[in-house]
Write a protein that binds this ligand. Structure first.
Ligand code: SAH
Ligand code: SF4
Length: 416
């Protein structure tokens, strides 16, 4: 019975708390807010917040800055998983810290390795009061010859409801905290053995070199946590991944694109997917709030966009929907004056979708047109399809079940 009421809350059935958008609404409200554990993790906290922990255990204010630096180094340069490893911190201080806080990362509940080397981790996150079962998000590591990219999630579910995206059909459970976002990078580096070894000796090459905020969720609807997390990831005295190697993908939350430029300064990717408002309203309903012209203006204004720092426009190839040569022409027109590259993504199908992937020769024709117009237009090779790790497939296997449950519940609600 409790499962039924929980699921009812999640799908907006009678008695639910408005979790799925009402007809025509663009945004879902989160089902929960994060409830911190009694002993929180220091991962994802700012230096000022860590300093408060030192204050609480009686460290004199003149010493705190140096202590924070020590901890920061142990956590983010060496990847220490316990206070016990932090040998440059006095034993007493470690014992005091241990009573109050941890350096825990999200718990890994499953690891899958694709036959193309892609790895996917299923992470368990604590749930708050509303749901009994813990939440899960996925993060994916994609090795390539010259880089290793980690695809990171920002929400459990998504605020938005793009019609071709499986995550969009799911409920928004909650926003991730900065710690849970940085935690995904920590977990990946733990599992890949990507910390300096022996301790203190930096490896000649790192495995996780690039970060893309392209997992589950709309990062710009969880702005503060995403900003705090990415600033930690880019911090030179810690993980130190350059902002040029971090890409934030958004479906077009215009006011927060401006803030991304001002407050984060990472590379930008825009999930465009259509060049006419009428079609984009259908594929990316947020377009009704921030139409194409406004979105393009935000891109033109994005600070530091240049030939070396081009904005990526993602374009999912949907058969007979957005893949004509007329669309390609309009796309080129639309991007005039913007330092842009275009990333064509073959549509990854999921159970129950009404869309199909464009035929390969159509994708090639589309790509060729754009290339001849002077834009780089690589077609994104789907990676990790065998472990459901490709774009838009995250958590689909787990969610298939709840989709069936949802259908059953809807049917029940109708016969009530
Ligand atoms: N919410 C953000 C980031 C996550 S999605 C955004 O929308 O930009 C990462 C990319 O995968 C987006 O461009 C998204 O539109 C695309 N995508 C979603 N579902 C897909 C599917 N089924 N097949 C291919 N790409 C998909
Ligand atoms: Fe959310 Fe992005 Fe999927 Fe749209 S494409 S529903 S914004 S995850």
């Amino acid at each position: 019975m409790s499962t039924v009421s929980t699921e009812a809350a999640a799908v907006g059935l009678p008695g639910a708390r408005g979790v799925l958008p009402a007809d025509g609404a663009l945004e879902k409200t989160p089902l929960e807010t994060y409830v911190p554990p009694a002993q929180p993790s220091l991962i994802g906290l700012s230096r000022a917040q860590i300093s408060e922990q030192f204050a609480a255990i009686g460290v004199a204010s003149a010493q705190r800055r140096m202590r924070v630096q020590q901890l920061w180094h142990w956590m983010y340069v060496r990847g220490a998983r316990t206070f016990g490893e932090m040998t440059s911190v006095s034993k007493d201080m470690r014992a005091e810290l241990e009573k109050r806080v941890t350096v825990d990362r999200p718990e890994v509940v499953a690891e899958q390795i694709s036959n193309d080397g892609t790895r996917k981790w299923l992470l368990r996150l604590p749930s708050g009061n509303n749901l009994e079962k813990p939440h899960e998000v996925e993060c994916v590591y994609i090795p390539e010859t010259d880089r290793g990219t980690l695809c990171v999630s920002s929400q459990v579910g998504c605020t938005l409801n793009c019609s071709f995206c499986h995550t969009g059909t799911q409920r928004l459970v909650r926003n991730l905290t900065a710690g849970e976002i940085v935690g995904q990078i920590m977990v990946a580096r733990d599992r890949l053995n990507d910390w300096p070894s022996p301790p203190g000796e930096e490896k000649t090459h790192r495995l996780v070199t690039n970060i893309v905020m392209m997992g589950m969720g709309e990062p710009l609807y969880n702005f503060d946590a995403v900003r705090d997390a990415l600033l930690i990831v880019a911090d030179n005295e810690g993980i130190g991944i350059s902002k040029r190697r971090i890409t934030l993908s958004t479906s077009g939350v215009v006011p927060n694109i401006v803030r991304t430029g001002e407050e984060i300064g990472v590379m930008l990717a825009i999930s465009l997917h259509a060049v006419r408002d009428e079609l984009r309203n259908e594929l990316v309903p947020l377009n009704r709030k921030y139409p194409i012209a406004e979105l393009m203006q935000a891109c033109r204004d994005y600070p530091a966009a240049s030939n070396a720092r081009r904005i990526t426009f993602e374009y999912v190839m949907l058969k007979g929907v957005n893949d004509s040569l007329e669309d390609a022409k309009l796309l080129v027109k639309l991007l005039k004056g913007i330092h842009a590259k275009i990333n064509l993504i073959p549509f990854n199908p999921w159970p129950g979708t009404r869309y199909e992937c464009s035929d390969w020769d159509q994708i090639e024709k589309f790509s060729e047109y754009i290339f001849n117009a002077g834009y780089s237009s690589p077609v994104r090779t789907p990676r990790g399809r065998d472990i459901l790790a490709a774009c838009g497939q995250l958590k689909s296997e787990t969610e298939k079940l709840s989709a069936r449950e949802r259908q059953a519940l809807r049917a029940m609600a109708m016969t009530d």
